[in-house]
Ligand binder design. Sequence first.
Ligand code: ADP
Length: 453
Amino acid sequence: MLWRFVTLVLCQVCVAALGWFVATPGDEWTMALAFALAGSFLWFVMDCMRGLRLLRWLREGAVSDLNLGNGLWGESYERVRRMLRAGSRLAVESDNRLEDFLAALQASPNGVVLLDSDARIEWFNQTAVEHFGFDARRDMLQHIGNLVRDPGFTAYLSARNFLHDINMPGRDSSASKPVKLSVHLHPYGEGRVLLLSRDITAVEQAEAMRRDFVANVSHEIRTPLTVLAGFVETLQTLSLNEQERQRYLGLMSQQAQRMQSLVNDLLTLSRLEGSPLPSVHDWVSVDLMMRQCEQDAMGLSQILWEQPHDLVFKRTPGCEIAGSSTEIHSAVSNLISNAIRYTPVGRRIEVEFSLLPAGSAVFHVRDQGPGIALEHIPRLTERFYRVDRSRSRDTGGTGLGLAIVKHVSQRHGAELSIESVPGKGSVFSICFPPHRVRQSPSELTLAPVAKSV
Ligand code: ADP
């Protein structure tokens, strides 16, 4: 302010002095006063021009630099410039923060939709696009009710009771490929709503599978239990002769064995699901395992059928597979046991282990049984799936054998394949990858010695 006063006085004095010198003698004081007034006006005009320059600079967006010197206008300019700079720095920072925040919402595996107080869409992420089929250009500021037309959702939105979520079909849901979404609305801010959607198809499927599994197990156990209970009651109430008693006890023992096999297979499956993957450093001798399988197969063939099958085991000596011997043995013997159970007497069953050129190896179990129609093949490894229920039960099947084989194969990085021609027979193959197959080291060292002899 002092500087402002000094410049005003200086301007008046200088201009008054000029008036004094140019005045005719006797008019000096009058002229000096008039010039002093003119000087004040000049100072006022110059001051207004500096103020106007500052105003114009602000109107034009305060982009260029301005020189208003010192004093009131210079300092005002400097302070405004600093405030504007700080403001724009803050705006950039909050823009960046908003972008980070939106990027985080974009990365969310859940669908996120921001709705204004009239339920119009303000923003949504890519997952919401997949869930609801929104279009970023077309659907912004559209009412969500016009785009998500599921009746359950419409009722949920209009009831405004957002304490719970709702389930509804996804955009691409069809009878053959159902898609289930869980949608939850959360109110926030002033009447705004956050919509979160989650794809729960897999969870629903797992839940349905769990329900089916429990129902199947209960059914499988209930049948032999009912039969057993019936026999127990018969033994308790009727006076039977020794021969009848023995017959009933035999039938009871069969049912008990059926339950035992079922429980054993269930335990095997649960062990397979719960245990770590088989090591790639534990080597199992294929030859030894095949010998064991051959003995078991001959025993089973004799127990189930009066005349044995034509069992052929073709080995490639000295081969080893990396993995769990119990699991591999269980998979191969399940395939052999199926072949024996489903192939009529006298027909040929061939079990072969062979090395493939690329270093992998394959177990084949070929039979001349009834074969399997093409439509059943993709479902054979499902738990409790059977083509012929009574045949499976009569021969002691649990419906879990191929599920176990598939699980074991997957855990060893191997692949189970099934080829079958109805009326001619089937080939079940487990192909092990090269890193799980080797020639046993003892065979490798023996080979050159044999040659030299
Ligand atoms: P199961 O204990 O009933 O044999 P699996 O899971 O081992 O259960 O087999 C599933 C179904 O696949 C069987 O019920 C049977 O219908 C069919 N199947 C399996 N192996 C053979 C085979 N070698 N020949 C014909 N059908 C077979």
